[in-house]
Structures are given as C-alpha cells and as structure tokens.
Design a protein. Structure first.
Length: 107
C-alpha cells in the first residue's frame, strides 16, 4: 500500500504544494491550475494556444524518472505535445521562458 502513496508537501505558512510524488504521472487539478497560471498556455515558441487547449508535459519524461512537479512540468498544446512524443522533437528552454522545439535529426 505504501508503494502507491502520493504525498503532498506543506510549505511555509501552511501552503499546500501543488505537487505529488512518482506515484502518478497524471497532473493533479491543483498542479494543473498552477501550471495554467504560470505558463498561460502552450509554452512553445510563437504558440498562443490557451491553457484549456494544452496538456501537461514532463520535461524529464516520467518514464525516465521525471517527477510530476511544477519544476518538471510545462504546458504544450496537443500538436506540439505530439511532436515531442510521437515525432521525436526535442525541447530547448529560451531566455524568454518559452521553449523552442528542435526538429529531430534525419535518419
């Protein structure tokens, strides 16, 4: 039973961190709201799709031990999320806070 436990952290003045442990790859509602407030939509360079048209993306993929935490999550619209997961595109953080999608090398 303890293996499946998700633990929330209490930070500072009784604030509940909107983060969970590796028990789940799904983004909890509180974390999703925090992502929407922080990212304000898809973070891909030149994209303006709003938060309601986005998915949470693990920068360090969950399968590679990436945590489901604010520091490892960004919002990507469905087309950009598909490029990363299905077409092998990479991501590079820009100084603007946006993310550049990097085309995969031809085979």
């Amino acid at each position: 039973m303890a293996c499946d436990a998700a633990i929330s952290r209490i930070l500072g003045k009784g604030e509940l961190a909107a983060e969970i442990t590796r028990a789940s790859r799904s983004t909890p509602a509180a974390t999703r709201r925090a992502l929407a407030a922080r990212d304000r939509g898809c973070v891909a360079e030149h994209c303006s799709r709003p938060p309601q048209w986005t998915d949470s993306h693990h920068v360090k993929h969950w399968i590679d031990q990436g945590p489901t935490t604010m520091s490892n999550l960004i919002l990507l619209c469905r087309p950009h999320h598909r490029r990363v997961h299905e077409e092998g595109w990479g991501l590079q953080r820009l100084t603007t806070g946006r993310w550049k999608l990097i085309r995969p090398m031809p085979r």
